[in-house]
Design a protein around this ligand. Structure first.
Ligand SMILES: [Zn+2]
Length: 356
């Protein structure tokens, strides 16, 4: 039996410790002692569980500390001799990849290392302006002051690494990896991955998607009059309130660049707004060749206000030159209830019209 209060020395194989009614053993203990202060208090809190099995093969071990604000996780595949601490926002994010939401954590068998990130290969380390843990399948990075940490992996992580990680041009990740449209011809499908990064307006993509904006010099890819920098519209629709919602949402993005004018005079070339009834057809459509914005009554009539607003704002986005981009964005290729131009939508708009 070891007396609680034993001060252990980091890097030395220690005897097991009994703290807060729990034993801390072996490889987990060798990580734990790295977080002890000279007065023997713990910077990751006291153990709240015993040592538990980890991994689908149950070859790993883990233990919760500080009311599960920290865990030490050990795998013989990472380091026979020492576990790795994961805590705080990084731990919260890691748990989301383990097929088990944090709110339903039960300290029985951890499934978190079974997610695509696998086991931690480092403890939480200093980044410039933040923190990170590396994992077998990628990393989770936290920017000081942010409300969430974000994971990076694969091709996007490779690109980010080449740019110098958080101190490079992209800065910290600011979204999860998103499923994105593969351009062109991406109607209703995701075929690429993308991720938003913090430095102003940066995002990077994996796969073949490189741009989500049309070419403003191709008059069939938008309905903007590039001489007057107006988007003139006329015509009537049952879904006027939804169209108004979309115009209002876009106005805050287009202000100072493109004026959206409903009720254009008859002598002005304008996009026509109309309703159609085509069972089996689209919900909404912008046609750049005929400069028509159509709402399909066959579907619109049964949609929620949110989905109608999405459809109107989404089609207006096409009329402003945006192509399909990523989930969580207004220009997602999959129908959704997103009603406002989001971060990437704004980035793409500004990219398209930067030279105007
Ligand atoms: Zn669309």
């Amino acid at each position: 039996m070891i007396v609680a209060g034993l001060i252990s020395t980091p890097g030395v194989a220690n005897a097991d410790q009994f703290r807060n009614g729990q034993w801390i053993y072996g490889s987990i203990e060798r990580e734990f002692v790295r977080f002890l202060n000279p007065d023997n208090s713990s910077r990751i809190g006291e153990p709240n569980t015993g040592e538990l099995l980890a991994g689908s093969d149950q070859r790993g071990r883990w233990q919760a500390f500080g009311f599960d604000t920290n865990r030490i996780v050990w795998s013989p595949d990472v380091d026979q001799n020492r576990g790795r601490q994961v805590g705080g926002f990084i731990l919260q994010k890691w748990l989301t990849y383990g097929n088990r939401p944090p709110s339903t954590q039960q300290p029985v068998v951890s499934s978190d290392e079974r997610g695509r990130l696998g086991y931690p290969t480092t403890a939480e380390e200093q980044a410039i302006g933040g923190r990170y843990n590396n994992f077998q399948g990628g990393a989770i990075t936290y920017q000081n002051g942010a409300l969430s940490a974000y994971a990076t992996w694969g091709d996007i992580r490779n690109q980010w690494a080449q740019s110098g990680y958080e101190s490079g041009q992209y800065g910290f990740p600011s979204s999860n990896e998103l499923r994105c449209a593969q351009q062109p011809g991406s109607n209703g499908t995701f075929g690429a991955a993308g991720q938003l990064f913090k430095n102003g307006t940066k995002y990077i993509t994996s796969g073949v998607a490189t741009s989500f904006g049309g070419n403003p010099s191709n008059r069939y890819e938008h309905a903007v009059d590039t001489n007057t920098m107006q988007l003139p519209m006329r015509g009537t629709t049952k879904y006027q309130t939804n169209l108004d919602s979309g115009v209002n949402q876009w106005n805050s993005v287009t202000a100072g660049k493109i004026a959206i004018n409903q009720g254009a005079p008859a002598n002005v070339s304008a996009m026509e707004v109309r309703d159609v009834n085509i069972p089996g057809g689209y919900v909404g459509q912008f046609n750049g060749f005929t400069r028509t914005l159509s709402f399909n009554d066959a579907y619109m009539a049964s949609l929620s206000t949110q989905n109608r607003n999405h459809t109107a704002a989404h089609e207006l986005g096409h009329a402003l030159g945006l192509k399909h981009s990523c989930e969580t964005q207004l220009m997602t290729p999959i129908n959704s209830a997103v009603q406002i131009p989001n971060s990437l939508d704004r980035i793409v708009f500004n990219e398209i019209w930067a030279g105007f």
